[in-house]
Design a protein around this ligand. Structure first.
Ligand code: K2U
Ligand code: ZN
Length: 174
């Protein structure tokens, strides 16, 4: 089912998430819900804390020529990062309609456990390197605005607080 996405500022988005110790039916259901929620947003990545679950699970869709390739990464870790960095104008489903340039390693090697409990390893480049680093940051309570200067971060946070007040008012007025 589609789960609601937490909006910054929210303490749950700043927490360090717990590793998954056993791949239960509940973890499988979470991953399925996260993929459904990601596609609905739409987005190309989503981390469990964004739907309020403080577990080290992220989903991505490395869309290649149209054939969706949904990926579920459990307990992901960057084991190598290139010296080269790239800048990408990032956004975040938890910080709607705000975009800013973020510099990250251009390529990363990531190790994770898949839904079948099998250990995987893959090197990511391009937008997928950016996305997987953005999602792993979420598992460590880090948002892309944490890479910005204090003034820009504060301006975005103020905008989000206003948005949340408006959304709350809509709900009460209705
Ligand atoms: O984690 C999230 O909030 C989903 C992010 C993932 C992402 C952020 C920056 C750069 C790449 C991925 C996005 O909202 S997904 C939306 C999107 C779609 C296409 C390209 C970039 C971002
Ligand atoms: Zn995000």
């Amino acid at each position: 089912m589609i789960r609601s996405i937490l909006i910054h500022p929210d303490p749950r988005l700043k927490k360090l998430c717990d590793p998954v110790t056993e791949i239960t039916g509940e973890v499988r259901q979470l991953a399925a819900d996260m993929l459904e929620t990601m596609y609905d947003a739409p987005g190309i990545g989503l981390a469990a804390p964004q739907v309020g679950v403080m577990r080290r699970v992220l989903v991505m869709d490395c869309i290649k020529e149209g054939t969706p390739e949904p990926m579920v990464l459990i307990n992901p870790a960057v084991i190598w990062a290139s010296e080269d960095q790239t800048v990408y104008e990032e956004g975040c489903l938890s910080i709607p309609d705000q975009y800013a340039d973020v510099k990250r390693p251009a390529e990363v090697q990531v190790r994770w456990t898949d839904l079948h409990g099998v250990e995987q390893e893959r090197q990511f480049a391009g937008i997928w390197a950016t996305c997987v680093q953005h999602e792993i940051d979420h598992l460590d309570g880090k948002l892309f605005i944490d890479y910005l200067g204090p003034l820009k971060r504060q301006m975005i946070t103020r905008k989000m607080e206003k948005l949340k007040r408006e959304r709350a008012r809509e709900l009460t007025v209705r």
